[in-house]
Design a protein around this ligand. Structure first.
Ligand SMILES: Nc1ncnc2c1ncn2[C@@H]1O[C@H](COP(=O)(O)OP(=O)(O)OP(=O)(O)O)[C@@H](O)[C@H]1O
Ligand SMILES: [Mg+2]
Length: 144
């Protein structure tokens, strides 16, 4: 599912979608909240730093684990120094500079692809190891 991001209403929608998909994938409520918080920060960055963009959220089913992947894209001004932007407290304009590093800590995998005038793509994933019980059920009903 792709959510267009331009306003706070869109941010709330993306956050809710991330939470709903996380719960559907079997993440704990705590993990669903952490994922929703990471999505909020990345959506906020699109609104504040790029103006508009989109966030795609989808589940990944692997034999041993389930994942939730978030891909946030915009065609904004881009980030000249991605390494610096990922450090705590490196805000370009008046923020706390905790959004990107905070989101990175909340997720298991985190990648930023950007360059000046090239837009920004943030791809982040959180994984959940499937329990023995789930694996047992899946083996009984293939595809599950
Ligand atoms: N989508 C984006 N487009 C352009 N620049 C971005 C984008 N996302 C982040 N940045 C740049 O990376 C810097 C760090 O982002 P981060 O979210 O960590 O901090 P912030 O948004 O400045 O402050 P905070 O999120 O703590 O309020 C930003 O100040 C901005 O310069
Ligand atoms: Mg931010």
């Amino acid at each position: 599912m792709v959510v267009a991001i331009a306003t706070d209403v869109d941010l709330v929608r993306a956050r809710a979608e991330g939470r709903a998909q996380a719960v559907a994938l079997g993440f704990t409520r705590t993990d669903a909240t952490l994922i929703a918080t990471a999505i909020s920060e990345i959506a906020r960055n699109i609104i504040v730093h790029a103006g508009q963009g989109r966030i795609a959220i989808r589940g990944l089913q692997e034999p041993e684990r389930h994942g939730l992947v978030v891909v946030a894209e915009d065609d904004g001004p881009g980030i000249r120094d991605v390494e610096a932007a990922l450090q705590d407290g490196r805000s370009g304009r008046g923020g706390f500079g905790l959004g990107l590093p905070g989101a990175r800590r909340l997720m298991d995998e985190f990648e930023v692809v950007s360059a000046q005038d090239a837009g920004t793509t943030v791809t982040m994933t959180k994984w959940r190891v499937r329990t023995r019980l789930e694996l047992l059920h899946a083996r009984r009903s293939p595809g599950g």
